[in-house]
Design a protein around this ligand. Structure first.
Ligand SMILES: [Zn+2]
Ligand SMILES: [Zn+2]
Length: 202
């Protein structure tokens, strides 16, 4: 989809944020992945206790996955591998340069398509680990749900929407602090647990 420059702070309601979210490709791609995984899972029969275990495992690991990726990949300095430039943090540096730009705050269609597959693979492996082969597809679905939650929460944190709950007010303040005061703190986006446990909460 065509990139438009919209200042996230001008979006002051969840509805306005959702409308803007719907003008970008990432949400559609992640919802499509999630729907595909749920259809595949449904074909294998009714939900079982193992599914709940897998969803809980994915939810438990998400804060630390998010923290690790943000801390070590998105904030990695540019380097080179076998003489070729390798800069996995380029897009994120762009987001730090222009934190109010909606398009930069979202993954974008290409990254969503690629990241969705990577997350599906990792979460499917986790699902298999905790619940055997039956947990694979549920893991992939839970991973997409987590990535979708990340995408929406991150966008909302950058908008002018005033949080109604203390939980989101703190979450949003922590992310904005990461942007505007200390890039070495508050790497969590959907949760502050990773920062609390790993010592980077500010
Ligand atoms: Zn951000
Ligand atoms: Zn960052």
């Amino acid at each position: 989809m065509r990139r438009r420059s919209v200042n996230a702070r001008t979006l002051t309601t969840k509805r306005a944020a959702a409308r803007e979210f719907a003008r970008h490709g990432s949400g559609y791609i992640l919802v499509a992945y999630l729907a595909a995984a749920l259809v595949l899972r449904r074909r294998r029969g009714r939900p079982a206790r193992a599914d709940a275990t897998v969803v809980a495992a994915v939810a438990a690991i998400q804060p630390f996955f998010e923290w690790t990726l943000h801390r070590y990949v998105l904030h990695a300095p540019p380097t080179s591998i076998a003489g070729r430039p390798f800069d996995p943090g380029a897009a994120h540096r762009g987001h730090h340069r222009a934190p109010d730009d909606v398009a930069g705050a979202l993954l974008g269609a290409r990254y969503a398509a690629a990241d969705g597959l990577v997350v599906a693979g990792l979460a499917a492996a986790l699902g298999r680990l905790v619940a055997g082969p039956a947990g694979t597809i549920t893991g992939a679905a839970a991973g997409q749900g987590a990535l979708l939650a990340y995408e929406w929460t991150h966008l909302l944190a950058h908008t002018g929407y005033r949080p109604r709950t203390r939980w989101f007010r703190r979450l949003r303040a922590a992310h904005l602090r990461h942007h505007f005061r200390d890039e070495r703190a508050n790497f969590g986006v959907t949760s502050r647990l990773g920062d609390r446990i790993l010592g980077t909460a500010a």
